[in-house]
Design a protein around this ligand. Structure first.
Ligand code: KE4
Length: 428
């Protein structure tokens, strides 16, 4: 496939935007080559500046669970925009989407909307610190909760790609309050807790990780974290920015039956517009300003335009819970097809999957944490990525990302993808 115009646009972009992108992972640094510039997207397909049509397995990193330019979402945004986009004053639609989210997700009474997943996670940690009066947090190596200082310690996603999981600019004072644990290793978490008695405000986790590739929790891991938090009066934060409203109507809490104390959201909840949110039972949320002392704010938080997109999205998902089963079935079908194609070419790989999140790792051993994810053959992944792109299939431009399946994908799209894998596997 030709990408001349994308490359020319990338050269222009780099003159006025650092690295030519507004978010590092888009720059293709992990796979090499110039990023693709998109002109438009519809359903499961991207259309780029060189006239190529690509089957999209990123879907804006998760939001487009029902496909790009999904008419109910687009129409809701158009209708709302005609009456003003943001007022900095309360609007009824904020209450409507808040009430719907509270009805869909277990263990939350109240929700606060913000403008990104980063803001949601940053605010959730501040709330946990304010509620418990404790300073330290536990995060997991390879998990990514956005680019707030406290999280850029062995972070996943793009932070890994750039080999700077501990970003410059994060002070020692901040970093010392972030304790790092190994994903899927309960004894490691317990030892960190006992080494910091009464000092840990929260454990924040991607309950199904998506920023080291897709890594599901081992059996009993989430339940074990719940028990440790109950024993030591620590709040358990499920970062469901990726998994929320994707793996089930009620997210991972519903899927695995494990209760979080605070849940964060992003991506799907905004229907493709900038929306994040964090939620908990009233006893915790009532600590937030203006009701309580924990300050958190945002000029465009809950703006009617973003709320209209999010409400249209959640309304459709809530009315059609079979979508989650359909998505899981499509992902299982894709998993089987990719595995057969790679097996037929004697390629060493492991595939991780939960619901509509899936990732292919060119690794011999099971990928269960950041360390095992990092052992993947990255050169082979690069070849796989570009080979698939040449076949018109757009997968995550990094081995440390998950693919996001959209309901707009047909089984023919999946078969075309599997056929492409079979072709590319011969070149790996
Ligand atoms: P945002 O601030 O990018 O909206 O959300 C941060 C975030 C928080 N928590 C989880 C579990 C996340 O996956 C994310 C963001 N995900 C990345 C993809 N791995 C966004 C892509 C990007 O950084 O451009």
């Amino acid at each position: 496939m030709i990408y001349k115009r994308s490359s020319a646009l990338f050269a222009e972009a780099q003159k006025v935007i650092p690295g030519g992108v507004n978010s590092p992972v888009r720059a293709f640094k992990a796979v090499g080559g110039d990023p693709i510039f998109v002109t438009e997207a519809k359903g499961a397909y991207l259309y780029d500046e060189d006239g190529n049509k690509l089957i999209d397995y990123i879907n804006s990193w998760g939001p487009m669970i029902l496909g790009h330019a999904h008419p109910p979402v687009v129409n809701a945004v158009i209708d709302k925009a005609k009456r003003g986009t943001s007022f900095g004053m309360p609007t009824e639609i904020e209450t409507e989407i808040a009430a719907l989210a509270v009805a869909m997700v277990p263990n939350i009474d109240k929700i606060r909307f913000v403008n990104s997943g980063t803001e949601a996670c940053m605010s959730a940690v501040r709330l946990a610190r304010g509620y418990t009066g404790r300073d330290k947090i536990i995060k997991f190596a390879g998990c990514y909760h956005g680019h707030s200082d406290s999280f850029l310690i062995q972070a996943g996603s793009g932070a890994v790609t750039f080999g700077s999981p501990n970003s410059p600019g994060v002070t020692k004072g901040t970093a010392q309050d972030t304790l790092l644990a190994r994903y899927n290793d309960l004894s490691n978490v317990e030892s960190i807790i006992t080494s910091n008695p009464e000092e840990i405000a929260c454990i924040i986790i991607e309950p199904v990780a998506g920023n080291m590739g897709c890594i599901p929790p081992k059996k009993g891991f989430l339940e074990g974290l719940r028990t440790l938090c109950d024993t030591h009066n620590i709040l358990l934060i499920f970062d469901e920015v990726m998994t929320g409203f994707r793996l089930a109507k009620g997210g991972v809490q519903e899927l695995f039956g494990v209760d979080a104390d605070i849940v964060t959201f992003g991506k799907v909840i905004g229907g493709g517009l900038p929306v994040g949110a964090f939620a908990a039972r009233s006893e915790i949320m009532n600590h937030l300003a203006p009701l309580g002392p924990v300050y958190q704010a945002g000029t465009l938080s809950g703006n009617p335009l973003a709320m209209a997109a999010g409400l249209a999205m959640l309304t459709e998902l809530n009315a059609n819970p079979n979508i989650f089963t359909s998505l899981a079935d499509k992902t299982a079908y894709l998993h089987k097809g990719i595995a057969e194609a790679l097996d037929a070419n004697n390629i060493v790989y492991t595939i991780n999957r939960t619901g509509s999140m899936i990732s292919v790792h060119f690794a011999e051993d099971p990928v269960v944490d950041f360390e095992s994810a990092a052992k993947g053959n990255n050169d082979r992944f690069k070849k796989f990525f570009h080979g698939m792109l040449d076949q018109g299939i757009y997968i995550a431009p990094s081995a440390f990302e998950t693919w996001f399946i959209t309901e707009a994908l047909t089984y023919k799209d999946l078969d075309d993808t599997i056929t492409a894998v079979a072709k590319v596997a011969k070149t790996l």
